[in-house]
Ligand binder design. Structure first.
Ligand code: HEC
Length: 271
């Protein structure tokens, strides 16, 4: 009796599963595919390489300084980097006086130690980069962690900065309703193809690099992306170094263990 009952229960579930599979397969085959402009015209980031890539990769300090300059002179008008403190910039090769001078140019809202009141004062090396007030369309995200927050982050940021173009005629023909709205800008690397950020890097010479590097759009984009890889993980080199050290140590311990094993069993095995 119990046996028949359990067989029936089993059969019931098998039938239900089989039925739902057939229904699903049927809809998958017969339902018309809905295409959207995003599905057809979105592009994956172009391949992008930095000196900090790979296990043995190292930051290029000159490049990080150039990238910081691009951030300060272009992006900082709209984007904050709130997780970075001015003194962290010492890692880019700035000396103490330079860090102090960079900090002092910023205005930081801090508690007055005597009254406890919030007051504006020039930044100090220990301060973090202050928030940025932005009044335009859209919400500029904080950039400290952006290269980690987006899939394939560094390549994405670089492609986004250099990827603005006119909306393809083909797109407008297929999806007239997807026309870029007022105040938005077409960029096939952005998830929904249109974003509120106007192309920030506009032309050669927008910044003047102190090391004489020619400031093309490609160069500025590469440098500022390198800088944003650093802000997202300033301790990247140390982390990898520690990893390699441990790997070496474990390898050594393995060899030692194997040798000890051979030694201890040598007699018993009768070699
Ligand atoms: C005039 C203001 C302005 C400037 C200057 C500016 N941005 Fe933006 N940025 C924005 C706004 C607004 C958004 C949000 C866009 C949206 O969500 O539609 C944005 C978004 C972004 C995003 C995020 C895209 C995403 O996936 O969400 C990145 C990355 C970015 N900006 C990088 C930069 C860099 C690097 C610079 C400097 C070279 C820069 N921006 C300069 C206003 C600005």
């Amino acid at each position: 009796m119990i046996r028949i009952f359990s067989l029936l229960v089993g059969a019931f579930f098998t039938v239900v599963l089989g039925w739902s599979f057939l229904v699903g397969a049927h809809t998958a085959v017969t339902e018309p595919k809905t295409l959207s402009a995003e599905k057809v015209f979105h592009l994956k980031p172009e391949p992008f390489h930095l000196s900090s890539d790979g296990v043995f990769g190292k930051f290029d300090r000159q490049q990080l300084q150039r990238g910081f300059k691009v951030y300060q002179e272009v992006c900082a008008a709209c984007h904050s980097i709130k997780h970075v403190a001015f003194r962290d910039l010492a890692a880019l090769g700035y000396n103490e006086a330079e860090v102090k001078a960079i900090a002092a140019k910023a205005t930081v809202s801090a508690k007055d130690p005597l009254t406890g009141e919030l007051k504006d004062r020039p930044g100090l090396p220990a301060d973090k980069f202050p928030p940025v007030v932005y009044a335009g369309l859209g919400v500029p995200p904080d950039l400290s962690l952006i290269t980690k927050a987006r899939p394939n982050g560094p390549a994405y940021v670089h492609s986004l900065l250099t990827g603005y173009r006119d909306q393809p005629a083909e797109l407008l023909k297929q999806f007239p309703e997807a026309k870029t709205g007022d105040g938005l800008h077409y960029n096939p690397y952005f998830a929904n193809l249109n974003l509120a950020m106007a192309p920030p890097l506009t032309g050669e010479g927008q910044v003047t690099y102190s090391d004489g590097t020619k400031a093309t759009v490609e160069q500025m984009s590469t440098d500022v992306t390198a800088f944003l890889v650093w802000t997202a993980e300033p301790k990247l080199e140390q982390r990898r170094q520690t990893g390699l050290w441990w790997l070496g140590f474990l390898l050594f311990a393995t060899v030692l263990g194997y040798m000890a094993y051979r030694n201890i069993w040598a007699e018993k095995k009768g070699h």
